[in-house]
Design a binder for this molecule. Structure first.
Ligand SMILES: NC(=O)c1ccc[n+]([C@@H]2O[C@H](COP(=O)([O-])OP(=O)(O)OC[C@H]3O[C@@H](n4cnc5c(N)ncnc54)[C@H](OP(=O)(O)O)[C@@H]3O)[C@@H](O)[C@H]2O)c1
Length: 294
């Protein structure tokens, strides 16, 4: 990675900056000289960022599923920008794992709302600023946005959508010199891992036990798998985001964290071979290293 030199002229909005990758990125980008607008949903999360950042770290209240919140924050930011470069990092995201048959439809809607519609709404609202101020767009995706595996149908659908949106916009925005990067993240040690475990437990408790029994092998396989894989620290992803924002030649796709590269390679295998490998790993109790994230 090339050394990053920045000055306060580069400004960036990060969605979902209360915890994990978003929080680490807000603190890191502030440290290396960006003026950061960090999207959070509560005053207490805003306070936490203020306490740990410089005066150039500005928490803003932003719920990506709430149009009023998107509009208010955009008005506030646009008044402060002037002609300085302005970029957007779409990081806010939820996770949802489990066999489709037992996933509550409300949870599916919620995830697609945040991961896909929320992301699209924020991009659409901020594009005029990004275009005018020659900024960049960085979308946080996952290995599951390249390789869809069992237990992850809904999450994978949302991250495939992020990949598709990034691919479309990269060419659509080229005439305006706006680069679009997709950061494909493997397992990262953030609070999402605890949330996944909690949500999964609740979902299994609420599901029809007979149906759960039918999927026992699959559920047990992925319960074990998520615990067995070591994750990286969120700061490592923050540094990659820094590169996507500041490198003279930002990449269309960055791969970071355990499993990301492996999933990209596997995604290139013929479907028949991939399916067989996954099936054997889950149902024939063979060790599988196909997926290395949640
Ligand atoms: N950790 C991993 O292993 C991993 C792997 C691949 C990809 N990713 C991706 O990386 C991104 C960040 O995940 P993370 O691991 O850092 O998880 P995290 O710690 O759970 O952070 C998720 C962030 O999204 C925010 N968020 C949720 N709903 C929102 C909404 N409606 N509006 C605005 N913000 C909202 C959360 O805010 P609240 O605190 O207010 O809920 C939180 O700040 C996600 O897109 C995730 O899919 C993570």
């Amino acid at each position: 990675m090339k050394t990053i030199k920045t000055n306060r002229k580069h400004q960036v909005l990060i969605t979902g900056a209360s915890t994990g990758i978003g929080y680490a990125s807000a603190i890191y980008l502030d440290k290396i000289g960006y003026r950061v607008f960090a999207g959070v949903r509560t005053e207490s999360d805003a306070q936490k960022l203020k306490e740990n950042g410089s005066e150039n770290l500005n928490p803003v209240l932003l719920d990506v599923c709430n149009p009023e919140s998107i509009n208010t924050t955009c008005d506030l930011i646009s008044k402060q920008l002037g002609s300085d470069t302005f970029s957007l990092v779409n990081n806010a995201g939820l996770s949802l794992n489990g066999p489709l048959e037992i996933l509550p439809m409300d949870d599916i809607r919620k995830l697609l709302n945040v991961n896909v519609l929320g992301l699209l709404s924020v991009i659409q609202k901020y594009l005029p600023l990004i275009r005018k101020n020659k900024g960049r767009l960085v979308n946080i995706s996952s290995g599951h946005g390249l390789l869809a595996i069992p237990d992850k149908s809904v999450y994978a659908a949302s991250k495939f959508a992020v990949q598709a949106i990034s691919d479309s916009l990269r060419v659509e925005l080229k005439p305006f010199e706006v680069s679009v990067s997709n950061v494909i993240v493997g397992k990262v040690n953030t609070s999402v891992l605890g949330k996944i475990e909690n949500d999964r437990r609740k979902m299994l408790e609420g599901a029809n036990p007979e149906v759960v029994r039918e999927y026992t092998q699959l559920i047990e396989y992925f319960d074990k798998e998520v615990k067995n894989i070591p994750g990286i620290e969120a700061l490592e992803v923050a540094k990659i985001i820094g590169d996507a924002l500041n490198n003279r030649k930002p990449k269309a796709q960055y791969l970071i964290g355990p499993g990301a590269k492996k999933m990209k390679v596997l995604a290139g295998f013929p479907r028949k071979m991939r399916d067989k490998m996954l099936f054997n790993a889950i149902y024939k109790n063979k060790k599988c290293n196909n997926s290395a994230e949640m």
